[in-house]
Design a protein around this ligand. Sequence first.
Ligand SMILES: Nc1ncnc2c1ncn2[C@@H]1O[C@H](COP(=O)(O)OP(=O)(O)OP(=O)(O)O)[C@@H](O)[C@H]1O
Ligand SMILES: [Mg+2]
Length: 240
Amino acid sequence: MPTQTTNAAGPLATTAWPALSGRGLVKRYGTQYALAGVDIDISPGEAVAIVGPSGSGKTSLLHVLAGILPADDGEVYLAGRRIDSLSEARRSELRRTEFGFVFQSGRLVAELSAEENAALPLLLHGRSRSAALAEARQWLGRLGLAGKESRRPGELSGGEAQRVAIARALGHRPSVIFADEPTGALDTRTGRDTTDALLGAAAETGAAVVIVTHDRDLAESVPRRVAIRDGRVDTGVTAA
Ligand SMILES: Nc1ncnc2c1ncn2[C@@H]1O[C@H](COP(=O)(O)OP(=O)(O)OP(=O)(O)O)[C@@H](O)[C@H]1O
Ligand SMILES: [Mg+2]
C-alpha cells in the first residue's frame, strides 16, 4: 500500500489505489493460524483466483477482506481507505454498497422468482420495484436466462441458479465481487461456463473479482492466481 498521507487529499488520488488491499493479515482460531500474514493487492477491475488446498485459509482470507470476519492483525483498504477498523454497522453498509457476493450454492430466496432474487440488492439501494425488476431482467437476459425470469430457484438448474446469483451480486455495481467456490456444486463444463459468465459480467461493470476455488483447472481461466498454503501466499506457485 502506498503511504496514505502523501496524496490522499488529491481528487485523482483514489484512481491510483488498488481496489482492495490486505496488509499483514493474521487470523487465528485458538492457537491455529488460518492466516499467518497475508499481503495482497487487487487492482480495480482485476480478476484474481485464490487457490490452495483445503484448510489453507482461502475462505478466511475472503471473509477478512470482505469485512465479514475481523482479522487479529493487519489492515484492509478499500480504494485506499482503511475499512477493517470501521464499526460493524459501517462495514455492513460497505458490504451492501461496495461488495457483491456469490456463494457455492446460490443462497437464493426459494420463494422469490429469479428476477425478484436478482432485484433484491437494487431494492435495498432504494430503487423502485419496477425499476429494480427491469434492471434485474436485463442482467438475467445478458446472462442467458431470458424467458426464465419468473421461475423460482427450485425450477432452475444449478448453473442457471448461479447465474441468478451472479446477476444479484452485480446489479448494484459493486467495486469488488467475492465468490467462494461459486462452481463447487456444478459439473466441470457448467462450472467453466459459470465462471466465464461471472468474469464477463464483472468486466462489463468494471468490478474486481476475488474468486476462491480449489479447482486448479478452473483457476486457469482467471487472469491472475494467488496460491495460499498454510495461511500464507505461496510465492512459488503464483506465476500468472
Ligand atoms: N470457525 C472456525 N473455527 C476454528 N477453526 C477454523 C474455523 N474456520 C476455519 N478454521 C480453520 O482455519 C483454517 C483455514 O480454514 P479456511 O476455511 O479458511 O480454509 P479453506 O482454504 O477455505 O478450505 P476449503 O478449501 O476446505 O474451503 C483451517 O485449518 C480450518 O480448520
Ligand atoms: Mg473454504
